[in-house]
Design a binder for this molecule. Structure first.
Ligand code: C2O
Ligand code: CU
Ligand code: CU
Length: 583
C-alpha cells in the first residue's frame, strides 16, 4: 500500500503535535499566569447516595485572552456541567449509585477515525483503507461510557469500552467504595474514541475518603487542592484543535500515534496561578493528558523551590512520606503530594516547571517558554495561626513490608511493541493481540500473578489495569538490539497482527544489570505503571480487594474488565485487551 512520501512526511510532522498552519493559535500569544486556578467543587447528589450525572456541551473561557471554547463537561444538568467536572466525593464503605446520562448530540466536533476498532454507534462498519487524500468522515452520533479509574467496582458498572450509551440514554452504575481512601478519577472510555471524548473535557475527580482511618495532620479544607494537568491546541478563534492527519493516512485517515498539545492547562485554565500562604498544602495531582508526560519541579527566579513530599499514589497512602525535587507523572497516574511553602516570604513566586522529553523518555526537549511551564504559585501573607503540624512518619502501616501481597502462583510474560506502517507507527500492541482476539488474560479470583512486561518500543507506556491495584516488584534492563532482533526474527511479518502471528521470545538470556526496586514514591498501590523502553517491568497482580477478603460483587460477571496503555491514542488503537476474572 503505497502512499506519496510527502504525505507520509506531513503525517509524521502532525503526529508530533504539529497542526495545519494558519489556523492554530501561537501559544506565546497567551500571557501566562493571569488567571487564577479554578478549583472544582463537590458534585451535588440527587438524594442519599444517588447521583444523576450527565455529559453535556459547555462553553467556558479557558484563558482571559481567549473567547469562549466549546467543550464537553459532566454535571448534574446542562446548566451546571463543567470542564473539568465537579469532584465526586465518597466515603469508604458507603455504596453509591450514579445514573450516567449521555446529554450530547452529534456530530462529533473532532476527527473520528472510522478505521479503528471503535464504538461505531451508527453501525456503519469498521472502514478499511486504502483511504484517498481528501477522505472525510464524521460520527453523527456520540457514544459515551464512563469509567471510574482506579475503582474496585463490578464489571457491569466499570464503564467497559463496549458498554457505551447513545445520546439521550441513561445507564445506572453501582459503586461499593470498599477500597481505602485514594484519589481516583472518572472519564469517558468508549471504544476507539476515548482520546477525543476526554480531549473535549470529559474528566473529573472521584475521591474516596475515610475520616476514621486517614492519617491526621495532613493539610485539608482550603489547603487540599486537586491539580489536573492537560495539554491542548487552540485555534485562533479559541476552539480546541486535534490533528486530523496521521503518519499512515491510507490506513488510518486521522489517527495520530500520540497527541501532544502546545498549551498547558491546570483545572481547565491555561497557565493559571495560585496564591498560597507560607504553610503546607496538599495537592492531588493527576496527569489527565492524552499522551504527554510531565517531569515537574518548582523553581523561583533563582532556580530553587520547595520539594514534593509524596504521601499517596494511585491506590492510596504510601507507607511513609517520600520527598524529592522532581516528580514524573504519566497519563492516568496520580500523585498525592504535600508541598511546604512555609520557608518562603510573601511575594515569592514559583513556577511549576516541566522538563519531560516528548515522547517520553527519548523524544525531543520541549520549549521552556511554553510546554516547560505549567502554573505559577505566589506566596501571600499568612492568615491565621501558623501550621506547625509535622507530617506523620507512617501513613499506611499495612505497607510496612513491600510488596505486601502474597507469592504469585502464575507468571505471565508479555511484550509491548509497535507495528510500523510506511509512514510511522500503525498501532501499538499488548502482546501482539488485537482488541477483538479471544481473552488471554483470565485471572483467577483470590490468586496473585506476576506479570513481566517487556517493552521493545521507544516510549514509556503507562499500563493500567481495571479493578485491581498492583504493586511494582522491579524493573530490569535488557539488551534491546539483541532482543529486538530475536523478536523480529521470530515474528518476521506482523502486518495485521492477530493471535497466531505473535511468537513470544523469552527475555531471560538478554537481561542485563540488576533488577531495580521501584522508586520510593511507587512503593504503594498502583493502577497505572510506567513501563520504560528497554526494560522488563515486573508487577504483582492480586485478584482481590486491596484490603483483602472477597469482592462484595461478582467480579467474574460480563462484560469483564480491560487492561491498556493510558496514552489515549494507544488505548484507542489496539493497545487495550480484555481482562476477565474467573472463579
Ligand atoms: Cu483511566 Cu481504562 O482508564
Ligand atoms: Cu481505569
Ligand atoms: Cu502506550
Amino acid at each position: 500500500m503505497l502512499i506519496p512520501t510527502s504525505w507520509g512526511e506531513i503525517g509524521r510532522a502532525l503526529a508530533q503535535g504539529a497542526i495545519p498552519p494558519g489556523v492554530a493559535l501561537n501559544p506565546m500569544s497567551l500571557i501566562k499566569f493571569i488567571d487564577p486556578l479554578p478549583i472544582p467543587g463537590p458534585m451535588p447528589s440527587a438524594g442519599a447516595n444517588i447521583y444523576n450525572i450527565g455529559a453535556y456541551p459547555v462553553r467556558q473561557q479557558l484563558h482571559s485572552q481567549l473567547p469562549m471554547t466549546n467543550l464537553w463537561g459532566y454535571g448534574t444538568s446542562a446548566a451546571t456541567a463543567s470542564y473539568p467536572a465537579a469532584t465526586i466525593e465518597v466515603l469508604k464503605g458507603t455504596a453509591i449509585t450514579i445514573n450516567w446520562t449521555n446529554g450530547l448530540s452529534g456530530p462529533h466536533p473532532l476527527p473520528v477515525d472510522p478505521s479503528l476498532h471503535w464504538a461505531d454507534p451508527d453501525g456503519e462498519g469498521m472502514m478499511m483503507g486504502p483511504f484517498q487524500p481528501g477522505f472525510t468522515y464524521t460520527s453523527r452520533t456520540i457514544p459515551l461510557s464512563t469509567h471510574v479509574h482506579g475503582g474496585e467496582q463490578e464489571p457491569q458498572s466499570d464503564g467497559h469500552p463496549d458498554d457505551w450509551i447513545l445520546p439521550g440514554e441513561t445507564i445506572t452504575y453501582h459503586y461499593t467504595n470498599q477500597q481505602p481512601p485514594a484519589t481516583l478519577w472518572y472519564h469517558d472510555h468508549a471504544l476507539g474514541i476515548t482520546r477525543l471524548n476526554v480531549y473535549m473535557g470529559l474528566a473529573g475527580y472521584y475521591i474516596v475518603r475515610d475520616p476514621g482511618s486517614e492519617p491526621a495532620g495532613l493539610p485539608s479544607g482550603p489547603f487540599e487542592i486537586p491539580l489536573v494537568i492537560q495539554d491542548r491546541i487552540f485555534s485562533t478563534d479559541g476552539q480546541l484543535l486535534f490533528p486530523a492527519l496521521g503518519p499512515n493516512p491510507d490506513m488510518h485517515p486521522f489517527w495520530v500515534p500520540e497527541f501532544f498539545g502546545d498549551t498547558i492547562l491546570v483545572n481547565g485554565k491555561v497557565w493559571p496561578y495560585l496564591e498560597v500562604q507560607p504553610r503546607k498544602y496538599r495537592f492531588r495531582m493527576l496527569n489527565g493528558s492524552n499522551g504527554r508526560f510531565y517531569e515537574m519541579q518548582f523553581q523561583n527566579r533563582g532556580g530553587s523551590g520547595p520539594s514534593f513530599t509524596q504521601i499517596g499514589t494511585d491506590g492510596g497512602y504510601l507507607y511513609a512520606p517520600a520527598t524529592f525535587q522532581r516528580l514524573v507523572l504519566a497519563p492516568g497516574e496520580r500523585a498525592d503530594v504535600v508541598v511546604d511553602f512555609s520557608l518562603y516570604r510573601p511575594g515569592t513566586r514559583f513556577i511549576l516547571r516541566n522538563s519531560a522529553r516528548t515522547p517520553f523518555p527519548r523524544g525531543g526537549t520541549i520549549d521552556p517558554n511554553t510546554l516547560g511551564q505549567i502554573m505559577e504559585f505566589r506566596v501571600v501573607p499568612r492568615v491565621g495561626a501558623p501550621d506547625n503540624t509535622p507530617l506523620p512518619n507512617v501513613l499506611n502501616p499495612s505497607l510496612a513490608t513491600f510488596p505486601s501481597v502474597g507469592i504469585p502462583s502464575v507468571t505471565r510474560t508479555m511484550t509491548l511493541f509497535e507495528v510500523m506502517g510506511m509512514g510511522g507507527p500503525l498501532a501499538s500492541l499488548l502482546n501482539g493481540t488485537m482488541w477483538d482476539a479471544p481473552v488471554s488474560e483470565e485471572v483467577r479470583e483470590g490468586t496473585t500473578e506476576l506479570w513481566e512486561v517487556i517493552n521493545i518500543t521507544a516510549d514509556t507506556h503507562p499500563i493500567h489495569l481495571h479493578l485491581m491495584q498492583v504493586q511494582i516488584v522491579n524493573r530490569q534492563r535488557f539488551k534491546e538490539k539483541e532482543f529486538t532482533a530475536a523478536f523480529d526474527a521470530a515474528n518476521p511479518i506482523v502486518p495485521i497482527p492477530h493471535d497466531s502471528a505473535y511468537v513470544p521470545v523469552p527475555v531471560a538470556p538478554y537481561l542485563q544489570g540488576p533488577a531495580l526496586p521501584p522508586a520510593s514514591n511507587e512503593r504503594g498501590w498502583k493502577d497505572t505503571v510506567r513501563m520504560n523502553p528497554g526494560e522488563v517491568t515486573r508487577i504483582l497482580v492480586r485478584v482481590a480487594p486491596i484490603e483483602g477478603g472477597e469482592y462484595p460483587f461478582d467480579a467474574t460477571a460480563a462484560p469483564g474488565y480491560v487492561w491498556h496503555c493510558h496514552m489515549l491514542e494507544h488505548e484507542d488503537n489496539e493497545m487495550m485487551r480484555p481482562l476477565r476474572v474467573i472463579p
